[in-house]
Write a protein that binds this ligand. Structure first.
Ligand code: ADP
Length: 470
């Protein structure tokens, strides 16, 4: 029996105004999954109206009170981890370790912003001499629209929701039509944890129907979007027309740069993880491997040996949508001669699902499509370099600028390159990028920042108050 999931609006489930439902698919088996409300402008209007009523009361609470509710939401996610993992698995096919990691990260977002909002996001006093009292304060926008993709559904939602809610905004979230279940369940958990009705609403539906209606709704005062460059460009146009602030987290084609003096064992592990983690369906995946010529062939051999040990359904899941599966297979078909992998599974259980064989291409041309476009699949390409200057030129030879990784035994070189590479974040020798570290793109990877203190300020506007005392 197919389960139907309604919208979550004003603290309760609500059926779609149109009466229409969207089907989903289990990408691990291609069997039909649950149905979701096919939302449109009428559902979005209901959700924005609920948010518009709710945000003022929520914003009037002290940061400590809002923080306490955020902690309670984190507790609720922890307690209900199994349900969230089950819902997420059903429409993504992800393997348990990946699901667990994403739920843990989701908890971490709520805990972090629950704490920091009590110490940050506060204004200051501006000294102008006697007889004047001038100060600034950070205020919420009111209703924030959050549109999220299918690769890390719960995790991406929490990344935006936690800081937006911490600052006193109300949110209308529009998850991907392929992966809405976990965001809906999160909203239900948040209500139970004490978040007032209307502060977090979830409208499900397609991009053109629900997403466009949300971006266009006059009650929405700020947008956060994570997804493709094409949709980001469209939303930037809409936001431009409405003078609406917007965060865009778009794609990447991120380099991992390995010098001969690096700890090759760790660099190999990092390169394999970039391809395998969430099957490469991560915007920050560093799957463009730039390797110093003298260790190139050795690196490739070690990577191929590790990649060939990865088992579908155990170490990695399927691609999440049919369209993405077809796109990756098309990219692979256009680039003959992989060192390993290079297509779909043709027998065994993996052949039933949207699984792609982990693939490595060695010595690709920098101009090849496979080296330039975001793949969003388990595909690693290598490009050899001779010296630091060539490595830097190759790293920056991209339309994107999201993440870069540098591996070198010479830390000064690592930091020198980190200063020059055009990317929003650079990890040297595996330096961790966590909830605390601001995340966002240069160039076509987008603008605005998620995570860290920076994100708190993205969801606030600054007001100055100046009073003459006599
Ligand atoms: P992908 O191609 O990886 O699915 P998209 O950018 O299409 O990425 O999707 C990311 C999110 O943006 C999803 O929630 C999707 O429904 C939404 N979306 C897609 N098109 C639009 C649009 N025209 N307006 C608003 N949201 C959209």
């Amino acid at each position: 029996m197919t389960t139907r999931h309604e919208h979550w609006i004003d603290g309760r489930s609500q059926p779609p105004a149109s009466g229409a439902w969207m089907p989903t698919l289990d990408p691990a088996t291609r069997e039909p999954g649950d149905d979701f409300a096919a939302g449109g402008p009428a559902d979005v209007s209901r959700a924005v109206a609920a948010s518009d009523v709710a945000w003022r009361g929520w914003a009037a609470r002290s940061p400590a009170e809002r923080g306490a509710v955020l902690h309670a939401i984190a507790d609720a996610i922890e307690t209900d981890t199994d349900t969230l993992m089950r819902l997420e698995r059903a429409c993504t096919g992800k393997v348990p370790a990946q699901l667990r990691l994403e739920v843990d990260m989701s908890v971490a977002y709520f805990r972090y912003y629950a704490g920091v909002v009590r110490a940050a996001g506060q204004g200051s006093v501006i000294e102008q001499g006697a007889g004047v009292h001038t100060y600034t304060r950070y205020e919420p926008y009111g209703v924030v629209g959050v549109i999220t993709p299918w690769n890390l559904p719960l995790n991406q939602a929490c990344r935006s929701l936690a800081p937006a809610l911490a600052m006193g905004n109300a949110v209308v979230a529009k998850p991907s039509e392929f992966t809405s279940a976990s965001t809906l369940h999160l909203a239900r958990l948040a209500s139970r944890a004490g978040l007032p009705d209307g502060v977090l609403n979830v409208v499900t539906g397609t991009g053109p129907q629900a997403g466009e209606a949300l971006a266009a709704h006059p009650g929405v005062r700020r947008l956060a979007f994570t997804g493709s460059v094409a949709t980001g460009r469209y939303l930037a146009g809409v936001a431009g027309g409405r003078l609406l602030p917007l965060t865009l987290e778009l794609g990447g084609r991120s380099p991992i740069m390995v010098f001969a003096d690096a700890d090759l064992e760790r660099a190999v592990t990092a390169a394999v993880a970039a391809l395998a983690a969430n099957v490469g369906q991560v915007c920050s995946a560093t799957t463009r491997l730039l390797v110093e010529e003298s260790v190139h062939d050795e690196m490739v051999d070690r990577i191929v040996a590790a990649v060939e040990r990865l088992r579908p359904g155990v170490d990695f899941g399927p691609l999440i949508t049919e369209a993405q599966y077809r796109r990756v297979l098309d990219l692979l078909a256009g680039q003959p001669g992989p060192v390993t992998g290079g297509g779909p599974y043709t027998d065994g259980p993996a052949a039933r699902g949207l699984y792609v064989r982990p693939t490595v291409y060695a010595r690709v041309e920098p101009t090849a499509r496979i080296a330039r476009e975001e793949v969003f699949g388990p595909v690693l390409v290598t490009l050899p370099f001779r010296d630091e200057a060539e490595a830097l030129a190759l790293a920056d030879d991209s339309d994107y600028g999201l993440v870069a990784a540098v591996w070198s035994g010479d830390l000064a070189r690592g930091l020198r390159l980190a200063e020059r590479i055009e990317a929003g974040q650079v990890a040297v020798n595996g330096g961790p990028l966590t909830v605390e570290t601001p995340f966002g793109g240069y160039r076509r990877s987008g603008y605005g920042r998620e995570k860290g203190l920076a994100a708190l300020y993205e969801y606030a506007q600054l007001k100055t108050v100046s009073a003459a005392l006599r």
